[in-house]
Design a protein around this ligand. Structure first.
Ligand SMILES: *Cc1c(COP(=O)(O)O)cnc(C)c1O
Length: 457
């Protein structure tokens, strides 16, 4: 097939959409390490998890055996409102670069939440509703997850309590208003409404909060309010499972035109979009049926994969959550103000951590100003204003496509464009005004946080 026969946008038909999520864990030879109980250090059981999370989601969290889990019809119906998402051939970008590389991106920004997070939010809200719960609690940093969850909760008529990191609450009033439009209550964290919030405020008066701190507050409210559970937008196995819809659609669209990628690239915060995008490709790679270069891109200011330790660590500042074995910078790590808010988590998905440790994927850390330069280069020809998080993947895709100019290789590059950046214009403004910095933590700083890792073998 000649290039010209491949459309700009490869859409799947509605009936070609996946009917089941793909659970990569079932095909992993080395399974991700289990979550362990913060008190007993034993693997978390269904009984341990169910006071915190919805029952069905606990089962998904622990399921390392079923390769496919059916997507309930109600969720598929919701997906149809904004899926299948397009796989776009970046013809204009290729032409501008003058590269022989073929670049494709899977665009997840075509919904009001502006990111892929809705794929898991709707699933989690559905299972909460099924269980007869009144509502859910969560945290949000940059605001994308809170927005997605409030949309999902309003669809299923569930109450949604969001703890929003205080600095974002103040700096991103419009994100907050989107959440309130969908009926969520939004509390700046740390707050006086929880025990842990009060404690943190006493110890650190004037703190502008962190994701770890907001998680502790949300978990406290969920476990102390009858009819509520806590939901999380990344890192967990269940979230990667739901996000596999991204990879399944991508693979189906590529297969339709007989396209085989050489590289699959995605940005990595907690690892959910990347885990979802790469799932079917990684599955084939593990089984020896195909070989792909799979690359995670993270900010140099929060380098969990490239400079972190693979160890059990706390998921939250209050240390109330289960411990996860992951590439981590230590739960006390507070990243320097970095505009890619959604990539600022100290840890990484246990699934991706295991795959990375097994050498099945690579990771690259990139400095912030180069990410924004790439974002702008992309926006000017492809017509989409990308989220700063997504632009980490753009940066590496551009670098690879530019290498192909020298080598003449016609590499096929696929990357995940996770969302749009309309709520990130303050960051773009800093970039344009030349006042964005590229702070990278020193080894000494990282050492300090590694000392806070719990001593678990
Ligand atoms: C949250 C977010 C990310 C990072 O989260 P992952 O769990 O690593 O996928 C990336 N891009 C956008 C647009 C986001 O909102």
């Amino acid at each position: 097939m000649t290039t010209k026969e491949i459309p700009y946008k490869i859409y799947l038909e509605e009936n070609e959409m996946p009917k089941a999520w793909y659970n990569l864990r079932a095909d992993m030879i080395n399974k991700p390490a289990p979550l362990i109980h913060p008190g007993t250090h034993q693997p978390m059981t269904l009984e341990d998890l169910s006071p915190v999370f919805c029952e069905e989601l606990c089962k998904q969290e622990l399921n390392n055996t079923d390769p496919f889990i059916e997507i309930p019809q109600e969720i598929r119906d919701f997906y149809k409102m904004y899926r299948p998402s397009p796989l776009v051939r970046a013809y204009c970008l290729e032409e501008k670069l003058g590269t022989p590389a073929k670049i494709y991106y899977k665009f997840e920004g075509n919904n009001t939440s502006g990111s892929h997070k809705l794929n898991s939010a709707i699933a989690q809200a559905y299972y909460a509703k099924q269980q007869g719960l009144k509502g859910v609690t969560t945290e949000t940093g940059a605001g994308q997850w809170g927005t997605a969850l409030s949309m999902a909760c309003s669809y299923f008529d569930l109450d949604c309590k969001v703890f929003m990191v205080k600095v974002s609450y103040e700096q991103k009033p419009f994100r907050r208003e989107v959440m309130r439009t969908y009926g969520a209550s939004v509390t700046p964290s740390p707050s006086e409404t929880t025990q842990i919030g009060k404690k943190i405020l006493e110890e650190h008066p004037g703190t502008t909060g962190s994701l770890g701190c907001a998680i502790s507050e949300a978990v406290e409210v969920a476990t102390s309010t009858p009819g509520y559970r806590y939901v999380l937008g990344s890192v967990l196995n269940q979230v990667l499972l739901h996000q596999s819809i991204i990879g399944l659609e991508t693979k189906a669209a590529l297969d339709k035109y007989g396209i085989v990628p050489d590289m699959v690239i995605g940005c990595a915060g907690g690892g959910s979009n990347l885990g979802g995008l790469i799932a079917p490709f990684m599955g084939e790679k593990i089984k020896g049926n195909a070989d792909y270069r799979i690359v995670a891109v993270e900010p140099a200011s929060c380098p969990s994969f490239t400079r972190g330790k693979y160890a059990y660590d706390f998921a939250d500042t209050g240390q109330v959550c289960p411990l996860a074995k992951m590439y981590t910078l230590g739960s006390g790590f507070i990243p320097a103000p970095n505009h890619a808010g959604g990539l600022r988590y100290h840890g990484m998905s246990p699934v991706l951590s295991q795959l990375y440790d097994d050498g099945l994927m690579e990771a690259i850390a990139v400095p912030q100003t180069e990410v924004f330069a790439a974002a702008e280069e992309f926006a000017r020809v492809e017509g989409i204003l990308p989220a700063p998080e997504s632009s980490h993947a753009i940066k590496v895709a551009l670098d690879e496509a530019k290498k192909c100019i020298e080598t003449g290789e016609e590499k096929t590059i696929v990357f995940g464009l996770t969302g749009t950046g309309y709520f990130d214009m303050v960051a773009y403004e800093k970039y344009h005004d030349g006042i964005m910095d590229d702070y990278v933590p020193t080894d000494e700083e990282l050492e300090k946080y590694f000392e806070t890792l719990p001593p678990i073998a």
